[in-house]
Design a protein around this ligand. Structure first.
Ligand code: NAD
Length: 372
């Protein structure tokens, strides 16, 4: 752990200068309220310097409580570029063979694993063995068994395991959850989640069963699964699912193109969802209760998220999801802050149990009972 005070002191700034370090964030209300932050700073190494790793790194420039300090990559040229872009010292640079040595590096608190899905399990377990906190991208693993092994390894090593569920910190999403919790919608009856896009390059890892763990469900359908849980506030007790495949060359065995799936919840509420790699313009949530509704579109993209309820437009602040996520993860790791919707490994395993059940329902054509 290191604090902003330590950073400034290393820079040779006086304690007085600390009072000149303001921060503002949506959680503090609006940009009008400025506060000084002098708490711990989460020092993060990003593993996997690809598309999403780059988005997280850029977003972290605006963080108050988290800082990008290291990289883990198999591509030396990328490491060099990131070093000069983000001021990363040589001693905080690793590759996939030697990153276990991070255990001897006191200047890194956490590793954020942003590699293809199929590699999350082994990498997170190695991060835990090195005694560092693990942040892992969704899907946390490619099945619930692997996910549970990751949870167990992090528990054993006494490090935290968090999953990059950025929507759990998004203001409009949190407002709908608040309204549901306070009974604004009445008894929830129905959730609809539609998530998808048309995927390009047929040679990419997302269409490789071993690296992706599946197809659209692992990548984008998981948002509808996770959303159905945080929007309704319930865990599904049964699943039915149907797969459609129009291109068996692009979407090989074990790589799903389109799956429609349905959930039943203990209250009697139901959900109807769609996950696809073959349709555009699908990023929509609809929550229906006895007294009202919420509709979000886009509902899980990088933003701005838009939505309305029976009471009118949602007008909570637009945020950079990954900036807020990383600042909040600092609070969770160092101050045991409990987010409104959990982002821990157990939360990741719940989604994976549901994905396992969806794939089983597709395979058997039967209704699958689950307990998550
Ligand atoms: P990407 O292909 O752009 O980047 C993957 C990175 O992993 C690359 O730097 C690549 O070099 C590296 N890598 C290491 N070993 C590899 C291997 N054996 N094969 C291929 N690449 C390898 O992918 P991405 O879009 O950055 O996705 C990475 C992870 O982030 C995935 O788990 C994905 O689901 C997740 N993601 C999350 C969000 C979100 O909004 N939370 C958005 C996009 C991606």
């Amino acid at each position: 752990m290191n604090s902003r005070r330590d950073f400034l002191q290393k820079l040779g700034l006086s304690a007085l200068a600390l009072q000149l370090v303001p921060y503002s964030g949506w959680a503090a209300g609006t940009d009008k309220t400025e506060q000084v932050y002098d708490g711990p700073v989460l020092r993060v190494a990003i593993m996997g310097l690809g598309g999403y790793g780059t988005i997280v790194a850029e977003a972290m420039r605006k963080c108050t409580k988290a800082k990008l300090v290291g990289v883990i990559s198999g591509t030396p040229s990328k490491v060099k570029a990131w070093q000069s872009k983000y001021g990363i010292p040589e001693k905080n640079c690793y590759n996939y063979e030697n990153f276990d040595n991070i255990k001897n590096n006191p200047d890194i608190d956490a590793v954020y694993v942003i590699t293809p899905n199929g590699l999350h399990h082994d990498f997170v377990i190695r991060v835990a063995a090195a005694g560092k906190h693990a942040i892992c991208e969704k899907p946390m693993a490619v099945n619930a068994k692997e996910g549970q092994e990751m949870v167990d390894a992090c528990k054993k090593a006494d490090v935290k395991l968090l999953v990059g569920y950025r929507m759990h910190f998004e203001p409009k999403t949190l407002e709908v959850i608040r309204m549901r919790q306070t009974g604004e919608f009445g008894k929830i009856r129905f959730f609809q989640g539609q998530c998808g896009f048309t995927i390009g390059d047929p040679t990419q890892w997302r269409l490789n069963k071993k690296l992706a763990g599946g197809g659209s469900m692992m990548d984008i359908g998981i948002y509808a699964i996770n959303g159905s849980r945080y929007m309704t506030g319930e865990e599904p007790i049964w699943v039915t699912a149907q797969e459609t495949k129009t291109d068996t060359v692009k979407f090989k065995e074990g790589v799903d193109e389109t799956i429609q799936f349905q959930f039943g919840f203990p209250s009697g509420a139901v959900a109807s969802c769609l996950s696809t790699y073959n349709m555009n313009n699908l990023d929509r949530f609809f929550l229906d209760g006895e007294k009202g509704f919420a509709e979000m579109q886009p509902s899980t993209g990088y933003g701005p998220i838009k939505g309305r309820t029976h009471l009118g437009e949602l007008n909570q602040p637009v945020t950079t999801h990954q900036t807020v996520q990383m600042d909040e993860m600092c609070e969770i790791i160092f101050n045991n802050k409990k987010p409104v919707v959990p982002v821990n490994g157990e939360e990741g395993v719940k989604d994976l149990k549901i994905i396992d059940a969806i794939y089983l329902a597709v395979k058997t054509g039967k209704k699958v009972e689950i307990s998550v």
